[in-house]
Design a protein around this ligand. Structure first.
Ligand code: NAD
Length: 412
């Protein structure tokens, strides 16, 4: 049974994507059979002493999908709907993403079924430390390196790194990325996913036939979505719509993103912002615009609404926002999609930079971080375009083919 947000099993969707690649390029059945299963998926129970003295048990996960290219790498998601199939799908996509990015890392992902907004800070810290206590044996800078994802912050990463250091004595911090700056974090990590998405957008703009004046709509106003809104608007693009879990806001004249960020910070919501019209999330996705950026969750553009999408192109900053069924519909409509495994890979690339800096005891400037990031992303974008053209297919399959060639090379 899937709840309203997940609706479809994300792991099945990920495997459908793999099936499509199998039809485009023959990598051999044995290889695909191995890729259909994670190396291991682990479920844990985490007892947490609550502030009222009671003990509550939370369910947690770590999926180590594939480490052919290096240590497992992938974020930890805290959400009330998080469950094993979601984590498996995200871990599979991390495997593809790290390979596309050209970093020596494999794919993993973790999570806890919890609504962190219902916990006090102390409870959240005990829960986060509990996740590490249960998994410290399998984690490590050369084994499995987690990072933040939805609802997990630099502060949570710092608690986790500290707990790992207490248990193992390893104080390099390289066991986990996305830490605060003063605690071994990298310059640029906080905005890396959105910034990377922007570099990718710039690299593909001509290919996608998008102009300097293009109108942008962004779904999700969390870490990735709000940073993206800020970066695109600073670069002079008109952001005509944004949304969060509760509501959306639209202005054909373009939204003042800095004002909107301030507004959300002070009220906790986008609702009631006076310089735009309030719309639903469903309406937001169907706005006529040049670029639609889903930056919230999986399964947002599906067989049910894909026909009504009016954007000229889609750049996936969320993981898995377009289902395989919607992919087909959008392909027929001629709406190109820059896939998540490329578009949002800026986050994991800067995570890899953080890991490298921790291990070498170095600290790179933000300028250096973003210069390196841009070069790597432009290189991946070029290679994916070549692969897609070679096989006469879309960018998602092009990205998968590039990744699978690298993984197969190392795996067999
Ligand atoms: P976040 O928790 O900071 O933000 C999520 C945002 O989505 C919030 O604004 C929330 O209100 C909104 N949201 C939730 N349900 C929604 C709905 N139905 N419609 C519209 N908005 C909704 O999380 P994040 O770190 O910004 O991650 C967003 C996406 O980007 C996820 O798919 C994540 O896996 C992906 N991603 C994140 C990173 C990273 O570095 N944080 C890296 C790569 C990919």
């Amino acid at each position: 049974m899937y709840n309203k947000r997940l609706m479809q099993n994300p792991f099945q969707n990920a495997m459908l994507q793999l099936d499509k690649v199998a039809k485009t390029k023959n990598f051999g059945e044995e290889f695909f059979a191995r890729l259909r299963q994670p190396d291991r998926d682990i479920r844990i129970s985490i007892p947490v002493k609550m502030d009222d003295g009671s003990v509550k048990i939370f369910e947690g996960y770590r999926v180590e999908y594939n480490n052919a290219l290096g240590p497992y790498k992938g974020g930890i998601r805290y959400h009330q709907d998080t469950e094993i199939n979601e984590v498996k799908a995200l871990a599979f996509w991390m495997t593809i993403k790290c390979a596309v990015a050209g970093i020596p890392m494999g794919g993993g992902k973790g999570g806890i079924t919890v609504n962190p907004k219902e916990l006090s800070k102390g409870e959240l810290e005990r829960l986060s430390r509990g996740w590490i206590q249960k998994l410290s044996d399998i984690l490590g800078p050369k084994k499995d390196v987690p990072a933040p994802d939805v609802n997990t912050t630099p502060e949570i990463m710092a608690w986790m790194a500290d707990e790992y250091a207490k248990i193992t004595g390893d104080k390099t911090g390289a066991v986990i990325t996305g830490k605060p700056l003063g605690k071994g974090g990298s310059e640029g990590r906080g905005t890396a996913t959105a910034q990377g998405g922007f570099f990718i957008f710039e690299a593909f703009k001509k290919e996608l036939n998008l102009s300097e004046k293009c109108k942008v709509v962004i779904q999700g106003f969390g870490n990735v979505g709000s940073c993206a809104a800020f970066i695109w608007s600073k670069a002079g693009y008109k952001i005509v719509g944004v949304s969060d879990s509760r509501s959306g806001i639209y202005s054909s004249a373009g939204l003042d993103i800095e004002k909107l960020m301030e507004y959300k910070k002070s009220t906790g919501s986008l609702s009631g912002f006076s310089e735009g019209k309030e719309i639903t999330n469903a309406e937001l996705l169907e706005i006529e615009c040049d670029l639609l950026i889903p930056a919230a969750f999986e399964n947002q553009i599906t067989g049910k609404n894909a026909d009504r999408i009016k954007a000229k192109a889609i750049l996936e900053l969320a993981n898995g926002p377009v289902t395989p069924e919607a992919d087909e519909i959008l392909f027929r409509k001629g709406i190109p999609i820059v896939p998540d495994v490329l578009a949002n890979s800026g986050g994991v690339i800067v995570s890899f930079f953080e890991w490298e800096q921790n291990l070498k005891n170095e600290h790179w400037s933000e300028k250096e971080v973003f210069e390196r990031l841009q070069l790597m992303l432009e290189d991946s974008a070029k290679k994916i375009l070549e692969k897609a053209k070679e096989s006469n297919t879309d960018l998602r399959r092009g990205a998968f083919i590039l990744a699978l060639e690298k993984i197969k090379d190392k795996m067999l």
